[in-house]
Design a protein around this ligand. Structure first.
Ligand code: SAM
Length: 286
């Protein structure tokens, strides 16, 4: 009761009313399926009274499902037309519109924006980030939110299937890479269910999946230092750590010395290391 979710025909009517032509560069694919948005909300575990940040609310499909679950929702949308239209959609379709606020800005510029947390939340910081992320900025948007909003405890987002797999990949697997190990600094990732491309309008040419992050205490190390080691280790995937970290360490011999002090075989490759291994390397450079 109290919430009217968006159907495929609502999506079409709202977009044509606003004169919206969904753009690929902003990853604008809108979900017109109540079952899907409810599934995302329940996968995230959002319930009555939770404070949720949503990145890229679009026409409001997921926003309405979050409100239906009893959440307070603060949304960040880059598109000024969509951002301006959203309060009206929420007013017309949900009986507690005061639980919603939207701010128009780029989620990648969270840091530079005076509304690091948009107004509806007041002094309540969001504990959840739930979103159907714009695909081209999914990873930087996640890293930005994890870094700048320590109040976020659970992040549950829909991303392109390949990205979900990469984010949740274990060390040593083919798709394990910089996004996997950098997000692991902040949180533990688990891949969630697959979402068919058919629930979107327009229909994208890839499938999606949910990926869930649960925050854990950050390692006791200098983040920028550890991230520099990660970038160096993955910049030349085929090289051994001894070679890949030579520039960072000063020489191959020094890299080898640091790696041995960290108890890591210098002939290993970056893609086999856990975040804890990278932290050990940073600690060993003294
Ligand atoms: N949440 C809606 C849904 O599920 O139907 C729309 C999801 S759509 C995949 C991504 C949304 O993110 C679009 O509304 C797009 O305008 C917005 N967006 C794209 N880049 C953004 C950015 N850098 N910051 C904030 N929003 C962005």
């Amino acid at each position: 009761a109290g919430t009217d979710l968006l159907t495929p025909s609502d999506i079409r009517e709202l977009s044509s009313g606003l004169g919206i032509r969904p753009t690929k560069t902003l990853g604008q694919n809108f979900v017109g399926d109540g079952g899907t948005v409810r599934r995302i909300v329940s996968h995230a575990g959002v319930s009555e009274g939770d404070h949720v940040l949503e990145i890229g609310p679009g026409l409001g499909s997921l926003t309405l499902a979050l409100l239906e679950a009893g959440a307070y929702v603060s949304a960040v949308e880059i598109d000024p037309v969509l951002a301006a239209a959203l309060p009206e959609t929420v007013n017309a379709r949900h009986d507690r519109p005061e639980r919603f606020a939207v701010a128009q800005f780029d989620a990648l510029k969270l840091a530079h924006h005076e509304l690091a947390v948009p107004p509806a939340l007041g002094y309540f910081m969001p504990t959840f980030l739930v979103a159907n992320l714009p695909y081209n900025v999914a990873v930087p948007a996640l890293l930005t939110a994890l870094e700048l909003l320590p109040s976020l405890k659970v992040i549950d987002v829909m991303v392109q299937l390949e990205v979900a797999e990469r984010l949740a990949a274990p060390p040593g697997s083919r798709v394990y890479g910089v996004p996997s190990v950098k997000t692991a600094w902040y949180a533990e990732a688990t891949r969630g269910p697959l979402i068919s491309r058919s629930v979107f309008w327009p229909v994208p040419n890839v499938d999606s999946a949910l990926v869930r992050f649960e925050r854990r205490p950050a390692p006791d190390a200098e983040r920028s230092e550890v991230f520099a080691i990660i970038d160096a280790a993955f910049s030349q995937r085929r090289k051994t750590l001894r070679q890949a970290l030579a520039g960072w360490a000063g020489s191959p011999a020094r890299a080898e010395e640091i790696l041995r002090a960290a108890d890591i075989d210098p002939s290993r490759r970056g893609e086999t290391l856990t975040i804890e291994d990278f932290v050990a390397i940073a600690h060993a450079r003294v």
